[in-house]
Design a binder for this molecule. Structure first.
Ligand SMILES: Cc1cc2nc3c(=O)[nH]c(=O)nc-3n(C[C@H](O)[C@H](O)[C@H](O)COP(=O)(O)OP(=O)(O)OC[C@H]3O[C@@H](n4cnc5c(N)ncnc54)[C@H](O)[C@@H]3O)c2cc1C
Length: 589
């Protein structure tokens, strides 16, 4: 493996303590993130003869991928076809999918699954040995592949990780936090990363060093940003780092207002009232089997909300629960009558999570809450994963390709990570291997020190405010209040010494503002975005909102003429989408 490594403090880095090191690594391509998207991209690049540096802030395989339960959608059944899968995907996307991208997703899906099986991923099969295909809400056919019932993500990650570890052209840097992209003459030329001693947030002060990772091509596969919200099913490392990094480098982002909330995540007694790090999912299949939603008095409230009650669309159920909670109630999923003693055998993962929380779902109702689950927004990319910045690609949940529109169809995201991870690799491998000059690093940065308590406190307030004002039900007053507060977050986050904790916070603060600004800009309700002050869908707003940061201003792109310049003009540009008469103070700083 011909990777050059220089372990010497850079001469222009006076603030680095003597024992800190700046390492430089060169490669053909860098992939950031080791979920399904990052692993697929790295494998694709290596298969085409590229030397790859795979950078991940956790151990290999961290992120949401390993937690995916339901499965992977692909048109593989005898009664199914990519066209039918595309039709269901477009319907869920509520008018904002890119039909060309959806066609690619659904047509290339079956081949991506076959590649995965060749790599050794095992899927559940029927008695005849054929793939057992499940059916989920809003899918018109049985097309969900799964492993051991509800352990699909773990199996896919296992198979991909083994292949990555076995490939001699892939060098893996675990516990390495990508901090920012490096740019030269408007091109991405690598990234600055912080390598921590033990990879945990708590350990990010100890033994850390900066690394300059150079490559003419960088792929961001860092997942979504569920940790923006007080309640989320995403693990703690899903903090939108790659999206924020790309935004700071000037890349165009898209669909930032679209966050999917899952109706039922498990509320554990220890964390009730506070923000848990990650909430286990309580699968929709339980409601499909007849489990009902009740409040603490035993009242079944969804019958008053929608004619389909608990089987109403995901966002309707999530808002029904949210309204019940904001009226002061606690909400439970009652599976005692519908499933009862069969629970452990039929839903082993949920049963184990309940047990760990001290709940026996055979005898007790399960406390649940909606939780941020999937981010449809992200780095704006084309069908080959190309971003607006030369040298930068993105795939998986960090990217916004137009595959999901305003709402993701269940089980389409693992498929998207596989299909577009492979396409991203194919496109990157065709780009020329340019020489990167050696003198890019100017890390006038202080040595990392822990400022963990302050950062953790601020992270809690960001997540709480985002939940309250940019969560399931939004309105202009709340979003403006949020944006007005965000200025103080910025300065507090900027004052923290560099560490993984500080870096994640900085990224959450950046994305929080973008999500809030775009939510304010979309003056309608569509897909996963619900505005209490604009509850209807407006056909005139059936277009994607694209934004980018310029010197910390939010610039609206897309159908509008590109506007950058001063804050007043930026506000005016946002206003043209958001409508007139809003003036939050200081949010653009
Ligand atoms: C509980 C749960 C259940 C789900 N169930 C399903 C399902 O059944 N079907 C389905 O299709 N989808 C499901 N999803 C969604 C799906 O799992 C994700 O959309 C998908 O796995 C995203 O893959 P990814 O590779 O883009 O990101 P992730 O899997 O989130 O991986 C991101 C990677 O980036 C790394 N990273 C992040 N920031 C940095 C940084 N600064 N520096 C270095 N590395 C970084 C992380 O460590 C991680 O390795 C589920 C999600 C959750 C949370």
């Amino acid at each position: 493996m011909a990777i050059r490594e220089i372990e010497a403090p850079h001469s222009d880095a006076p603030c680095l303590a003597e024992e800190d090191r700046v390492e430089r690594l060169n490669s053909h391509a860098i992939v950031v993130g080791s979920g399904v998207a990052g692993l697929s991209t790295a494998l694709g690049l290596a298969a085409m003869g590229r030397r790859v540096l795979l950078v991940t802030k956790t151990a290999l395989g961290g992120g949401s991928s390993q937690w995916a339960q339901g499965g992977i959608a692909a048109a593989m059944g005898p009664d199914d076809a990519p066209l039918l899968h595309a039709r269901d995907t477009l319907a869920a996307g509520a008018g904002l999918c890119d039909p060309r991208v959806v066609d690619i997703l659904t047509e290339e899906g079956p081949a991506a699954i076959r590649r995965l099986i060749q790599l050794g991923a095992g899927f559940d099969r029927d008695a005849e040995g054929a793939l057992a295909l499940g059916r989920e809400a809003a899918h018109g056919r049985r097309r969900i592949l799964h492993t051991r019932g509800d352990a699909t993500g773990a199996e896919v990650v296992r198979a991909l990780t083994a292949a990555v570890q076995a490939h001699p052209a892939i060098t893996v840097l675990e516990r390495t936090f990508a901090w920012d992209l490096l740019l030269a003459d408007g091109r991405v030329t690598g990234l600055l990363a912080l390598r921590t001693a033990d990879g945990s947030s708590a350990g990010d002060g100890g033994g850390a060093c900066w690394m300059q990772l150079q490559a003419p091509q960088v792929a961001i596969a860092t997942g979504g940003c569920g940790q923006l919200f007080a309640f989320t099913t995403n693990p703690p490392e899903v903090t939108g780092d790659g999206i924020a990094m790309a935004a700071r480098a000037g890349a165009v982002l898209a669909d930032m207002e679209f966050v999917q909330f899952h109706p039922t995540a498990l509320v554990t007694t220890e964390v009730e009232g506070d923000a848990p790090e990650r909430m286990p999912l309580v699968t929709e299949a339980l409601r499909g089997e007849g489990a009902v939603l009740i409040d603490e008095t035993g009242r079944r409230f969804m019958t008053e909300v929608h004619e389909l009650a608990e089987l109403a669309p995901r966002d309707v159920v999530a808002r029904g629960i949210w309204r019940c909670q904001t009226a002061g109630h606690r909400v439970f999923l009652d599976a005692r009558a519908a499933i009862g003693d069969a629970f452990p055998a039929r839903f082993p993962t949920v049963f184990a999570a309940c047990q760990a929380a001290g709940i026996d779902p055979r005898r007790q109702p399960i406390p649940v809450s909606p939780a941020a689950h999937y981010f449809m927004g992200g780095i704006d990319v084309d069908a080959w994963g190309r971003s607006s910045l030369p040298g930068l690609w993105a795939c998986g949940e960090a990217a916004s390709s137009g595959a999901h529109g305003a709402n993701r169809l269940a089980s389409n995201s693992l498929l998207e990570a596989l299909v577009f991870g492979a396409r991203t690799a194919e496109d990157m491998a065709q780009a020329p291997v340019a020489e990167i000059p050696d003198d890019l690093l100017r890390p006038a940065l202080p040595a990392p020190e822990p400022a963990l308590a302050a950062a953790a406190e601020l992270r809690r307030s960001v997540r709480r405010l985002m939940w309250d004002h940019a969560g399931l039900v939004r309105d202009a007053a709340g979003l403006r209040a949020l944006l007005a507060t965000a200025g103080s977050w910025e300065s507090a986050a900027a004052a923290l010494p560099p560490s993984r904790t500080a870096g994640e916070l900085r990224n959450l603060v950046c994305l929080g503002q973008l999500v809030a600004a775009c939510s304010l800009a979309r003056r309608e309700s569509r897909g996963a975005h619900y505005r209490a002050d604009f509850p209807s869908t407006d056909p005139l707003q059936a277009r994607r909102i694209r934004v980018r940061l310029e010197r910390q201003d939010i610039v609206v792109e897309g159908d509008l003429d590109e506007v950058s310049l001063e804050a007043e003009e930026v506000l005016a540009a946002v206003e043209r989408v958001a409508g007139p008469h809003w003036r939050p103070e200081g949010w653009w700083r």
